[in-house]
Design a binder for this molecule. Structure first.
Ligand SMILES: Nc1ncnc2c1ncn2[C@@H]1O[C@H](COP(=O)(O)OP(=O)(O)O)[C@@H](O)[C@H]1O
Ligand SMILES: [Mg+2]
Length: 279
């Protein structure tokens, strides 16, 4: 196969996304903050990759660069489907769910869900029909006319996720989508998301600061270091799919968790120590 052939889905010939030596520094001079340093990562079509790291380590900054919302520093490269991306070119190529759900309080469920399609110029009627067809998969049947304040936290997250899935792009970025949910709702949403991912056959990059969540969801877990955030280590998760809730108590889950825990804890401690006031 020549390098110009498109990679079929599931093929490992051309990664969907490849980052090489990606950096992001904010500001200049002594007050400069290096948020992201020397990040290399690769995502194959159809994979579910989870990225875990302590708060403030640069996860959202990395996402903003992949989503095209923020230019990366000039030294590295972001390559999508084999094509290097210049500043601004990634915008609109990736489906992106920011850390806050950003539902508009004055728009109902369907009209919140179709926002990205509307911005893209899809006629409202067509967009609404598409959204209505997806409501059952997202557990929102009968709620199409409800407003965000009438929904539970889990439902609001599903509306935001539906918006992200409706905007059909090869890669979906999810930035701590379940971070604000209670533990039971969160566990339910994780299982539901895996089901949706398998049904819609998308590629997902998912940010979390929860190790159990990272392992439960991922084909691969990437551990990010304390700021400046870089990929410290990674672990392939061999747990069979579909994954049942009980998998978290299996020997295999515990073994991989044990391997990752030290790395994650070490970085969290660094963040904690850095936050201590100077003596
Ligand atoms: N626009 C910005 N200007 C200056 N500093 C920023 C900006 N965005 C993020 N940072 C800094 O970069 C670091 C990483 O932030 P962020 O990517 O939000 O971390 P995380 O998502 O891992 O919690 C933090 O120290 C944050 O204060
Ligand atoms: Mg963040």
């Amino acid at each position: 196969m020549s390098s110009s052939d498109p990679a079929p889905r599931g093929s490992h010939a051309i990664p969907l996304l490849k980052l090489v030596n990606v950096w992001k520094r904010f500001g200049d001079g002594p007050s400069q903050v290096t948020a992201v340093a020397n990040v290399d990562l690769q995502i194959e079509p159809g994979e579910f990759i989870t990225l875990i790291g302590p708060s403030g380590c640069g996860k959202s900054t990395l996402f903003n660069m992949i989503g095209g919302l923020l230019p990366a520093d000039a030294n590295g490269s972001i390559v999508m489907n084999g094509v290097p991306q210049q500043d601004g070119e990634l915008l609109g190529k990736v489906s992106f769910m920011p850390q806050r759900d950003l539902l508009f309080p004055w728009r109902n469920v369907v009209d919140n869900a179709i926002l990205a399609l509307e911005i893209e110029g899809v006629p409202k009627k067509e967009a609404r029909e598409k959204a209505l067809g997806m409501l059952p998969d997202f557990g929102l049947s009968g709620f199409e006319k409800h407003y965000p304040h009438q929904l539970s936290g889990g439902m609001r997250q599903r509306v935001a996720l539906m918006r992200t899935f409706l905007f059909e792009r090869d890669l979906i970025l999810l930035d701590e989508p379940f971070g604000a949910l209670d533990a039971l709702t969160r566990a339910m949403m994780q299982r539901w998301l895996l089901d949706i991912w398998q049904r819609y056959k998308r590629t997902v990059l998912f940010i979390t600061h929860d190790l159990d969540e990272a392992i439960f969801l991922g084909d691969k877990v990437l551990v990010m270091s304390a700021r400046p955030g870089t990929i410290k280590c990674q672990e392939t998760i061999e747990l069979p799919r579909p994954r049942e809730a009980s998998v978290v108590t299996s020997q295999a889950f515990i073994a991989v968790k044990r391997r990752l825990l030290d790395a994650v804890e070490e970085e969290s401690m660094k963040t904690f120590a850095a936050a201590e006031p100077p003596r």
